[in-house]
Design a protein around this ligand. Structure first.
Ligand SMILES: *[C@@H]1O[C@H](CO)[C@@H](O)[C@H](O)[C@H]1NC(C)=O
Ligand SMILES: *[C@@H]1O[C@H](CO)[C@@H](O)[C@H](O)[C@H]1NC(C)=O
Length: 817
């Protein structure tokens, strides 16, 4: 404080002795808070006292009980600040504020009133009792809403007291100041713009109270506002459309996507519940959304083949009922979970073996419900088969032949068609097609041998099966049914069919007749085998049949000629030496080989010692010197025997005349005629024998007939029925060719009880009673074999009769032998 100001204040009030006891009164005005020793006023001057009086009067200040803020300096006669004066402490809010004291002098006692008015200085700043204020205001508070604020305090008074308030910058609030009747200012906070919790939840403001001092002093307080939430915000999805993919066949429970909605509100107002709003499109069966966290899970079987996309409408709702919706578009990713399906037009087919390459066997259709690579199908067939698959249109294949078929090589194919898709891993399936190859007559029959050779004994029975030719045909069924046909040709001028026949279906070659080696030794013909195809195929083979000789011909004597009565004799001179060749028996045998190998033996001789027959050559030689005693007429019987088994022989009588002259011979040989007699006798005996045989035979027949007749009558008497008349068997007369000249064939040609089936000739041979040769020496030219050429027809014959007949015949023949 400057001296000038102080002087002005000091001079405010000076009263002189206005009261009886009081000599004077002086007032001073000082600001508070002056420093110690500061001059308050020149009291001596103001009171008109000189300094000596002050000293002598022992001037002092009297304050009573009050504290002494001011002291008196007697030397200078001034009042000085003794203690700091705080107006506020001294007077509070009371104005004006003054110190009252007296200055007392002694000798004489005088006292003066002194008033020191203490004026306010702005030494106190406004302040708030609480450092901060806290409000909770709903964001729904309307404009104009008022909020009381605690008032600030300023110890100073007057203009130094609070003059104004100030609020830190805020959009929402303003201050309103009210002046009270006591001059104090009351401040309110007014909402001038709605709050939005979502924008600013906590608002911090600073309220400043400012006093009117110079300079201004101020105090502040914090105003903290919490904006309370109101459900004024709907949830909002983070995306309007969500996209996701899901692999088909994903297991249940797989999380596909998580949707999220946010709500700007708070706590329960921001609590979001998610839901799916689809109804009829199957989505609710497939997906489930977690109400709280928005996770979309699979609950059904995702099958790409059924649904490739899903659109899921989701809704987010808060507790206040506000909602938002969004959609999730889910693409299903295909998995190769379907095998290709093979449809084959027919599972079994038939194809002719002469089908050309590229013939369509069947058509195959494939389907794979998977898509893209997973649905692309490739098919193939067994690669060692003559078939290929050709793509016709998409998913259609034709199975065509890729080579020549041959039923004889492969009559059936099990074609396995395998189709696989191109997925990873690839799936495949296969189907087996059974293809039958039908036969075409493309193979001729083939004979088992390139040529056949067989032999047959001569004198075979007609119908004898000689051997069998066989041809095979690789074809099937009718095309392989081989028939055998005898090719027409002729053998020595006779058609071959009169020699042999071929059984058409068995290939058995039968002799048609009895062969005679002496007539034909072998012959060739061709047999054709023909199959039943259309047209038929055939092949032929040559067959050679060799006839084997049997010893069926006895040797035939060619020389010497045996001719009835004309007896020829060889003449041997009596002078003949030992070894003299009398003659040579010449014989031939029409058989061959061993059967024609002849040997000569002397059988009977008038004089056995004289002659010898060459075993091999039939030469009759003299073996000893002829003597005179030797008869002229020598008769030799030479047996010519072949080497067959059994052997056959012929005898020849050789007449030898041992004589030196022809007349001698003649006379001797006239009685050769008795030989004729002998022959006649023999003929007679034979005739007689036959007569006896015939007689016995007739007797037997009559006997049997009688027996039969007797039985028949008895049967008739039993049944009295004329229907079953027994058939009287017919027995042809015995025919025996005896005494025939020439070679009789050694044939037993019995056709006995032939059945009607000519193929199976059921020949029953009535065996001759003895196998031995019955040689009836007719002493001459006849060479009679035991063979009787008998043709007996035993049709419907009775065994009894037959046996009896044969027995009789045998007995007779035995007797003869
Ligand atoms: C074809 O299949 C059938 C039936 O499975 C079988 O009987 C036949 O032997 C097979 N054929 C071939 C040539 O494999
Ligand atoms: C027999 O077969 C041969 C080929 O092996 C053939 O040349 C001939 O013509 C055939 N003969 C007949 C009569 O069919």
């Amino acid at each position: 404080m400057s001296d000038r100001t102080m002087a002005r204040q000091v001079l405010l009030f000076i009263w002189f002795l206005s009261l009886g006891s009081a000599l004077g009164q002086v007032s001073y005005s000082i600001p508070e808070e002056m420093a110690k020793g500061s001059l308050v006023g020149n009291i001596a001057q103001d009171l008109g006292l000189d300094l000596k009086r002050l000293k002598s009067g022992k001037a002092r200040i009297y304050t009573g009980d009050s504290a002494e803020y001011i002291e008196l300096n007697k030397e200078r006669g001034v009042l000085l600040i003794k203690e700091r004066i705080d107006r506020e402490a001294l007077c509070g809010q009371t104005t004006p504020c003054a110190l009252h004291f007296q200055i007392i002098l002694e000798n004489p006692i005088e006292f003066y009133h002194v008033t020191v008015e203490v004026s306010d200085i702005n030494d106190n700043a406004p302040y708030f009792n609480k450092p901060d204020t806290y409000f909770e205001i709903s964001e729904s508070a309307v404009n104009g809403a008022k909020f009381d604020i605690e008032q600030a305090v300023d110890q100073d008074v007057g203009t130094n007291a609070i003059q104004s308030y100030m609020l830190s910058l805020s959009d929402n609030f303003s201050l309103k100041l009210h002046s009270q009747a006591d001059g104090r200012k009351i401040v309110e906070m007014v909402l001038q713009k709605p709050l939005d919790r979502e924008k600013q939840e906590d608002i911090a403001l600073v309220l400043t109270a400012i006093d009117g001092g110079d300079p201004h002093l101020s105090g502040t307080t914090q105003i903290r506002i919490k904006v309370l939430d109101v459900n004024d915000n709907a949830p909002a999805f983070t995306h309007s459309v969500y996209k996701a993919t899901v692999v088909e066949n994903s297991p249940k429970g797989t999380v596909v996507i998580r949707v999220e909605a946010s709500d700007a509100d708070q706590s329960s107002n921001a609590e979001i519940i998610y839901s799916i709003t689809n109804t009829h499109d199957g989505v609710p069966e497939m997906f489930e959304i977690n109400r709280h966290n928005g996770e979309l899970k699979i609950i059904g079987d995702i099958d790409y083949e059924k649904a490739r996309h899903f659109q899921i409408n989701v809704r987010a709702s808060d507790r206040g009922g506000l909602t938002d919706s969004s959609k999730i578009i889910i693409d299903v990713i295909d998995v190769n979970d379907n095998k290709p399906v093979i449809n084959i037009m027919s599972k079994s087919a038939m194809l002719s073996e002469d089908s050309k390459p590229d013939t369509v066997v069947t058509v195959i259709n494939t389907q794979d419900v998977d898509s893209n690579e997973n649905g692309k199908v490739q098919c193939f067939v067994n690669d060692n088969y003559p078939f290929v698959l050709k793509t016709t249109t998409i998913n259609f294949f034709s199975l065509v032949t890729d080579g020549d078929l041959d039923r004889e090589r492969e009559s059936e194919y099990n074609i396995s068609v395998t189709c696989s898709d191109e997925g990873v891993p690839s799936l495949s399936s296969s189907v087996t097609l059974s293809l039958q190859i039908s036969d075409v007559n493309d193979n001729a029959p083939v004979f088992e041998k390139s040529s056949y050779e067989a032999s047959v004994q001569e004198n075979n029975t007609p119908g004898l099966s000689i051997f069998t030719v066989r041809a095979r045909d690789a074809d099937f069924n009718q095309n392989a049914r081989v028939s055998y046909i005898l090719e027409d040709s002729s053998v020595n001028g006779v058609p071959v069919s009169s020699l042999v026949s071929v059984s058409a279906d068995s290939g058995v070659i039968h002799a048609v007749r009895s062969f005679d080696y002496e007539q034909i030794k072998d012959f060739q013909f061709r047999v054709k085998a023909q199959d039943g195809g259309s047209p038929p195929l055939s092949s032929n083979v040559s067959v050679k049949i060799t006839i084997q000789d049997q010893n069926d011909n006895a040797p035939q004597v060619l020389y010497p000629v045996q001719s009835g009565a004309n007896v020829v004799a060889e003449i041997v001179p009596r002078s003949a030496d030992v070894g003299y060749l009398v003659t040579k028996v010449v014989a031939v045998d029409v058989d061959s080989g061993q059967n024609a190998w002849l040997s000569y033996k002397l059988h009977k001789a008038t004089d056995r010692a004289l002659f010898e027959v060459g075993l091999q050559n039939g030469e009759i030689r003299i073996v000893r010197q002829v003597t005179d005693k030797d008869a002229v007429k020598q008769r030799l019987t030479v047996v010519v025997e072949d080497n067959g088994q059994p052997s056959r022989s012929a005898t020849v009588n050789v007449n030898v005349a041992v004589a030196d002259s022809f007349p001698e011979v003649l006379t001797e040989f006239t009685d050769f005629t008795h030989d004729k007699e002998y022959n006649d006798n023999l003929t007679f005996y034979l005739v007689l024998a036959l007569a006896v045989v015939s007689f016995l035979f007739i007797v037997s027949i009559i006997a049997i007939l009688s027996v039969k007749c007797y039985r028949w009558r008895r049967e008739r008497m039993f049944y009295k029925s004329g229907a079953n008349l027994p058939v009287i068997p017919y027995y042809p007369p015995l025919y025996a060719d005896v005494g025939g000249t020439g070679t009789l064939q050694h044939v037993y040609n019995y056709e006995v009880c032939r059945t009607t089936d000519s193929r199976k000739s059921d020949l029953k041979y009535a065996r001759p009673c003895s196998e031995s040769i019955i040689s009836l020496d007719t002493s001459g030219t006849h060479t009679l074999t035991h063979a009787q050429r008998e043709r007996l027809n035993f049709d419907d014959c009775d065994d009894q009769v037959r046996i009896m007949f044969i027995t009789n015949l045998c007995a007779i023949l035995k007797h003869f032998s």
